[in-house]
Design a protein around this ligand. Structure first.
Ligand SMILES: [Zn+2]
Length: 175
């Protein structure tokens, strides 16, 4: 059975936006993230994180730095009763021709392959238009932009919904 998933961008959705975050001490969860994820989990969604990490290509931090932060982040979710099914990251820079850097849909397609994800019933929650474009390209029509990260050009967005924060998505995602 294909399973429905909530895809989350990381920086600006899960944690407060910090340019090129790579230290645990700079990682601050956004208010309500655990509550929202528990809610999604109870609705039967798998939770998957898809994150561009060009700081690796730019050599601002290493793959290992990224992995340390990821492990710590997953532990915090776990301590709050939340299972994150997988975290996909693109380590490449903007000049790369990789297929994974959003707005390309590579990370979503990989998730679909690995986890048999039902894209029609899945959602993407991001803070940048490229999150929405990538999700759409992977067959995800249900998209939400949140205002907790980067500034959004709201009049030029393909997002289905634009909300103040992930907390509000509980009113939108109800089944
Ligand atoms: Zn990539």
């Amino acid at each position: 059975m294909p399973k429905k998933a909530i895809f989350l961008d990381r920086d600006g959705v899960v944690n407060k936006e910090v340019n090129y975050l790579f230290k645990i001490e700079d990682f601050e969860f956004i208010d309500g993230i655990f509550d929202a994820c528990l809610y999604f989990q109870n609705l039967g969604y798998a939770i998957i994180i898809v994150t561009n990490q060009s700081g690796i290509a730019r050599k601002y931090y290493t793959e290992n730095d990224y992995q340390i932060v990821t492990k710590w982040m997953l532990r915090q979710f776990e301590d709050n009763g939340i299972e994150i099914l997988n975290v996909f990251h693109c380590p490449h820079g903007p000049e790369s021709t990789c297929e994974c850097r959003k707005p390309k849909p590579g990370m979503f397609l990989k998730a679909k392959d690995e986890h048999n994800t039902d894209m029609e019933k899945s959602w993407m929650i991001g803070d940048k238009e490229r999150d929405i474009i990538a999700a759409n390209a992977a067959g995800i029509e249900n998209t939400i932009l949140v205002r907790t990260g980067h500034r959004i050009d709201e009049s030029n967005s393909y997002a289905r919904f634009i909300l103040d924060s992930i907390q509000q998505s509980k009113q939108i995602i109800t089944e």
